[in-house]
Structures are given as structure tokens and as C-alpha cells.
Design a protein around this ligand. Structure first.
Ligand code: 3H9
Length: 692
């Protein structure tokens, strides 16, 4: 075996050279890998005893792409483009042997090999768009030549991978290897040599791109089909344009165009934000004082208390991954209703072809309903998901304390309440944790893990591991009213509520927030989730527009009217002059002068307080890092990923600009706008949140 570089070895199996890459964790194409491939292929080509070359990777995956950590740093030669030229122009056939994920530059490398084989669990894709980029090493030019233009457009603009079976059907793979990949790939190499199969250079395969030439409607229709999903993003359109270039230009020209577009995106703010988000979502898993080897609770059985919307959604998370759940309700009718909703959700998935009827039954068979809380005795984790009432929660937790086995994790799904107070109502506060799921709990990826004063490290580590198992992005936060997400979000709610009393009507505010990049404005959102969350008729005082609307039974989409009105069966908000009148009257009655407020001020007043609150949260140690806050906003509140998250965005706007505006608002509106001391300090030191 010859070491070509630290991370690339060249070996021989008979006449087949094996170029083996070992660059953990994901065999990213850093300089040592690129140099190793270039030199290894060159050496194997020169070796007269070699007839073909297999490129294979060690560890968990084939190359998962370029080394993202090196983006934005001075390039080092050989670049990936040059390495791929060396592979494709080889006179000896090169076979990519794929396992794990052939992603981005990894798939682009495989596309320059003359043959591709993979194990059946392999996944192949070009996820660059998720980093605000496009495939910059020939992927946009080669993939359509193999799988056809429409399929390539779909893969490149979504960034979603395909499995080996589909790749074989699409011609992206030549064979699926059963058993050992290396032996299979070597055997494949021997077969193609003995059959004298012609070497295929993808750059020379023009049939599929020529078939789309002179058909601009393919691209126009495709653009329309992705318009809603890709609103605000720059990269998807650049991807489409570049695939269009593959159709209309010669290969070499297309490659140049691709490079140029790649560079534009790479230097742009969106990719910087999306790459930041990629690393933020990985950093969030690291809890400063909890070592990797912290012992974990073995979670095989779960119990959920409360079969309402949250409890049902939480239950689905567990049974989706095969963890049985005991679902507890107070009354049989409520339990049946809850179980019915779970089944209905699965039936909808089955009707959409996402689950088979057998899978629906398998999942349902994992839920056992009961009206006796005693049934949770053998659960490894119990999640309480009843409505927000401290006394009720305390009562439940003291029962759990009595019933549950000693090493069980006792979790509350509270969104606001004091987890320490709940924990202190048990004799084992170290076992108590907040698991704040977001609604709908079976869909939303975010989970706030609320760490109480006494929560043990092993309970936190186990909650993190569990979150991964149920496909959530978990963020560990401290105890305070509303934790991180809702505490910050309530700032926006307060201010947008105020704005409509001072000038703009809800549709104007909604438009500004929507144009900022959120999926919907605050009032459309309120109508969707219901205005009556936390509202009760008996205690309503009509002191806000929301209360007034609730009192009129305008409780949102579910009652056909809220801030907006809705036609029967429709979710399209229609502005209602009745509400306009009501808001005018409310302002007048409360002596609030109305006037023109610019879009700029709407943004400043609804987003800057989020940033200010985030700074306070950091100061208090409620969040571990600014990027954790951003992960929460990206995954739980619809913050547009191309703006990175509120803390990242604040750094881009400039903390000084934000501070000056907050002070201006403090003078106008009072101390609610007082800047967080951390913000003042960072500005004084000329730093940003990124420096914390
Ligand atoms: C590209 O290829 C551009 C080209 O078109 C053109 C170039 C000219 N680089 O996610 P995990 C790290 S753009 C550097 O937790 P999993 C990651 O940060 C690239 N580091 O594991 C983490 O580090 P740590 C296109 C990377 O098993 C560790 O590896 N490719 C890279 O859940 C484990 O990652 C992509 O966008 C990288 N490319 O998932 C693929 N990738 O342990 C991005 C990962 O210190 N990667 N790391 O926190 C992924 O999608 C997932 O990581 C993967 C594994 C599915 C591969």
C-alpha cells in the first residue's frame, strides 16, 4: 500500500488499483484529498500493471462534498475542477464505489468517473442549494446529461438526494453491489474489462441535454412549480439558469458559466447565512459542560399524559420511530377523540402515498390508551402535555413521582411555566426536564430542552439523544418565562399589536413581515393558530384587539373569522372592513394617534426587540450561544434561513445601528425599549454576537 497523502492510499487488487480515501468524519474534499486523488490517479495511470482504478472511501460515507469549513478562504491548488479533469480524461476506466452519501463535490467526483457502483443503502445528491450555492464542479452540467434535464432540475434545486435503487433506474449508477463494496467494485471492474465495455465520459454524453434544446417551456414551467417554495432565495434560480446553460451551451462553456454563477453565490450574503446555519445546527448539539460520554438512559417505552393536540403530536413522534407509547387521558371520550386524531393524521399520510395501510396499523398498534395514570409505571420517559396550569402540573408530577420507576425521565411540555417549580414538587428534581415541542408536534422540527436548576446531566444528554432519534433539532435552554423562542417571539407580538393601533392595518404589517421572508405575517399566523390560546371568556377584559375579537367569537380560521375573514372551507385571508372599523375605534377610545408608519419602521419595531431580548437571554445564560438562538428561530418560528437567524442578522445590520434605533425608541416609547447591557457592551467593544 502506498500512502499518496495523509488521507489517500493507493493499493492494488490484482490489476485493479484501489484509491482509498480516509478523511473523517465525512471524507470532505479538502486539499489533502484532492491532491491525493490527483496524484493517485496519475500514478495508477502510469503503472503498466494497472488496468482500471476503483475510488472508494473509508469510514461512514463516500465523499460528502467539498470541505465547507474552507469556503471563503484562499483557494489551494489543485482545485476540484482540475482533479475532476484528471479523473475524466484518464485512459483507464475509473469506477466510483459508493456507500453512505455521495453528496455535492462527492457526487460530482463520481460523475467524472467512467462507472459508478454503490451499496443499496447509498444516497446520491447535490445539496449545495441548501447552502445557498449551486454545484460548482460540473454537477449542473453532468447530472442532466445522465438523468435528464427535468430530473436534474428537481434534484439540484431541491438539494434532496435519491436512493441507490432510483439512481440505478436513472442511469446514475451502473450496478448495486450486494455484500462487500470493495470486492464488488473490483469484480465489476474486472467484468467491464473482460467485456470491453466502452468508457463513458459524461461530458461527452449530449443526447439528454439536446433533447431539451429549443424547449424553453421546460424551464419556465419548472420555475413556476418551485416559485412558492423558493421565494426569497437566490440559489434556486441560479441552479435553473445553469442547467439551462447545460442545454444551450457546449460542455466547456457551460462549465465556465457554472463556475461564474457559483462564485457569485459564494460571495453573496445568502450563502454565508446558510453555511452559518449548517454549522449552527451541528454546534447546538454540543453542550459545554456535558461530556460526550455522559451515561444515557435507555429509552424503550414512553408515556404521554394528555391526548390533546400536543399530546397526540408528541405520541406520533415516538411511534413513528418504533417507540411504544402509553397515552393517558382523564376520560374515555377524550382518549378516544385523541386516538382518533392520531389515526386520522396517519390516514391522511396514507392517502397521500407517504405510508402504506400496513404501516399505519403498525404505528397505531404501538399506542396503548388508558384513563389510568398508574399505567405509566413502566415507562422510561413520561411527557406531560396537559394545558398550561401550574397547579395541575404540580399535581400530575407528584403522582408521577409516586408511580414512575426510579430512573424514568419526567418531562413537561410546558411552553412558559417554571420547570424548577414543577421539579421541586417531586422528590427527584434531577429527573425532571422540560421538553417543549412546537405545534404541530409531529411536524415541527424544533425541540427546546429546558434544563432546570437540578436536572441531571444524564437526563439532558438522554433528551438530546432521544431528540435525534425522533428527528428533532434540539436546543438546550434555561428556565425563564417562555424560555428562548416564545420569550423572544412575545416581543414581536407585543409590538405588532401596538403598530396596528398607531397606523398600519394588519394586512400592511403582514405584508412587511412576509416580504422580510417569514412564511406569513403575524396576524395571518394568529388566525391560523387561533386567537384564543391562553384567552378565557370569564377573564377577558377587552383590553386588546385580540381580546375584542375573541369576545366577538372571531377566534381565527377555525371560527371563519379572526383578524381576517375566511370563506367557508378556505384558508385565504380576506381583509374585513369590520375589523378596520374596530381598530380605528379602539385607537380613538384609547387616545392613540394614528399616522403613517414606514415599512422600515415596521421592521425595526417588530424585529429589533427580538434581537434585544436575545441579547438579554444570552446575558442571563438562558441560551448557550447566539447560534443556538438562531437555530430556534430557523426551526420553530419561520425565520428565513437566508438571513441566518436574528442574532446572525443583527450582526449584518450592525449592532451599532440597532443600538441607536433602540435608544431612539426608548425615548419615544419608554423603557420597554431599553437596550440590553450586552448589546451596549458589544457595540462599545466594536464586536458582534459572532464574537461571543
Ligand atoms: C460542495 O460540495 C461544493 C461543490 O459543488 C463545488 C466545490 C468547488 N465539509 O451532519 P453531521 C462535518 S458544497 C466539512 O453531524 P450526519 C459536520 O460539520 C458541500 N465538514 O453527520 C460535522 O462536524 P462536527 C456539499 C463537514 O451523519 C461532521 O462532519 N455537501 C461537511 O448526520 C458530521 O456531520 C453538503 O452540503 C463538509 N462538506 O450527516 C453535505 N459535511 O462533528 C453536507 C459534514 O465537528 N453534509 N461536515 O460537528 C451533510 O449533509 C451531512 O453532514 C451528512 C452526514 C449527510 C454528510
Amino acid at each position: 500500500m502506498t500512502a499518496i497523502t495523509d488521507v489517500v492510499n493507493l493499493d492494488k487488487e490484482g490489476e485493479i488499483a484501489v484509491l482509498s480515501i480516509n478523511n473523517p468524519p465525512v471524507n470532505a474534499l479538502g486539499i489533502a484529498v484532492r491532491q491525493g486523488i490527483a496524484d493517485g490517479v496519475t500514478a495508477a495511470c502510469k503503472d503498466e500493471g494497472v488496468t482500471a482504478i476503483v475510488i472508494i472511501c473509508q469510514g461512514r460515507t463516500f465523499m460528502a462534498g467539498a470541505d465547507i469549513t474552507k469556503f471563503g478562504k484562499p483557494p489551494r491548488e489543485p482545485g476540484l475542477g482540475r482533479v475532476l479533469e484528471i479523473i475524466e480524461s484518464s485512459r483507464k476506466p475509473i469506477i466510483a464505489a459508493i456507500h453512505g452519501t455521495a453528496f455535492g463535490g462527492g457526487l460530482e467526483t463520481a460523475l467524472t468517473c467512467h462507472f459508478r457502483v454503490a451499496v443499496d443503502s447509498a444516497r446520491l445528491g447535490l445539496p449545495e442549494v441548501k447552502l445557498g450555492l449551486l454545484p460548482g464542479a460540473g454537477g449542473t452540467q453532468r447530472l442532466p446529461r445522465v438523468v435528464g434535464v427535468e430530473k436534474a432540475l428537481k434534484m439540484i434545486t431541491s438539494g434532496n438526494p435519491i436512493g441507490a435503487k432510483e439512481a440505478l433506474e436513472d442511469g446514475l449508477l451502473d450496478e448495486i453491489i450486494k455484500g462487500d463494496l470493495l470486492s464488488g467494485a473490483v469484480a465489476f471492474a474486472e467484468t467491464i474489462l473482460s467485456e470491453k465495455r466502452p468508457m463513458l465520459r459524461v461530458s461527452e454524453m449530449n443526447e439528454k441535454v439536446e433533447a431539451a434544446r429549443g424547449k424553453p417551456e421546460i424551464f419556465e414551467n419548472f420555475r413556476k412549480s418551485i416559485a412558492r417554495k423558493t421565494r426569497g432565495f437566490n440559489a434556486p434560480e441560479a441552479c435553473v439558469k445553469t442547467v439551462e446553460a447545460a442545454v444551450n451551451m457546449a460542455f466547456g462553456e457551460g462549465l465556465k458559466f457554472e463556475r461564474q454563477q457559483f462564485e457569485i453565490l459564494m460571495k453573496g450574503p445568502q450563502s454565508a447565512a446558510q453555511r452559518y446555519a449548517f454549522f449552527a445546527e451541528r454546534e447546538v448539539r454540543k453542550i459545554p459542560d456535558i461530556p460526550k460520554d455522559t451515561p444515557l438512559h435507555d429509552i424503550r417505552k414512553a408515556a404521554v399524559i394528555g391526548a390533546g393536540t400536543m399530546g397526540g403530536g408528541i405520541t406520533m413522534n415516538f411511534i413513528n420511530v418504533g417507540i411504544p407509547v402509553t397515552l393517558i387521558e382523564q376520560r374515555k371520550d377524550l382518549l378516544e377523540r385523541g386516538m382518533g386524531v392520531i389515526r386520522k393524521n396517519y390516514d391522511i399520510s396514507a392517502a397521500r402515498g407517504r405510508l402504506t395501510p400496513k404501516e399505519v396499523e403498525e404505528r397505531m398498534s404501538l399506542v396503548t390508551g388508558s384513563v389510568s395514570i398508574e399505567e405509566v409505571a413502566d415507562a422510561d420517559i413520561v411527557i406531560e402535555a396537559v394545558y398550561e396550569n401550574m397547579d395541575l402540573k404540580k399535581e400530575i408530577f407528584s403522582k408521577l413521582d409516586r408511580i414512575c420507576k426510579q430512573d424514568a425521565i419526567l418531562a413537561s411540555n410546558t411552553s412558559y411555566l417554571d420547570v424548577n417549580e414543577i421539579a421541586d414538587h417531586t422528590s427527584r428534581p434531577e429527573s425532571v426536564v422540560g421538553l417543549h415541542f412546537f405545534s404541530p408536534a409531529n411536524v415541527m422540527r424544533l425541540l427546546e430542552i429546558v434544563r432546570g436548576k437540578k436536572t441531571s446531566k444524564s437526563v439532558i444528554a438522554s433528551s438530546m439523544a432521544l431528540a435525534k432519534r425522533i428527528n428533532k433539532i434540539a436546543v438546550v435552554v434555561g428556565v425563564c418565562h417562555g424560555f428562548v423562542g416564545n420569550r423572544m417571539f412575545s416581543q414581536r407580538t407585543r409590538e405588532t399589536d401596538q403598530l396596528i393601533l398607531e397606523g398600519p392595518m394588519p394586512p400592511q404589517v403582514d405584508k412587511v413581515i412576509y416580504d422580510f421572508g417569514f412564511p406569513m405575517g403575524p396576524f395571518v399566523l394568529r388566525d391560523l393558530i387561533g386567537l384564543d390560546i391562553g384567552w378565557r371568556k370569564e377573564t377577558s377584559t377587552g383590553s386588546t384587539i385580540r381580546e375584542v375579537l375573541c369576545e366577538l367569537d372571531r377566534r381565527g380560521q377555525k371560527t371563519g373569522a379572526g383578524y381576517y375573514k375566511y370563506e367557508a372551507g378556505s384558508r385565504i385571508p380576506i381583509w374585513d372592513p369590520e375589523v378596520e372599523k374596530l381598530i380605528f375605534e379602539f385607537s380613538e377610545k384609547n387616545n392613540i394617534p394614528r399616522g403613517e408608519i414606514s415599512g422600515k419602521e415596521i421592521i425595526e419595531r417588530s424585529i429589533y426587540p427580538i434581537v434585544n431580548e436575545g441579547a438579554k437571554i444570552l446575558e442571563e445564560g438562558i441560551a448557550n450561544r447566539p447560534s443556538d438562538i438562531d437555530v430556534i428561530w430557523l426551526n420553530g418560528y419561520g425565520w428565513p434561513i437566508y438571513l441566518g437567524g436574528p442574532m446572525f442578522w443583527a450582526d449584518q445590520v450592525g449592532l451599532e445601528n440597532i443600538l441607536v434605533t433602540l435608544k431612539k425608541f426608548q425615548e419615544r416609547f419608554g423603557d420597554l425599549w431599553k437596550p440590553a447591557p450586552l448589546l451596549e457592551r458589544l457595540v462599545k467593544e466594536g464586536k458582534g454576537f459572532k464574537d461571543l
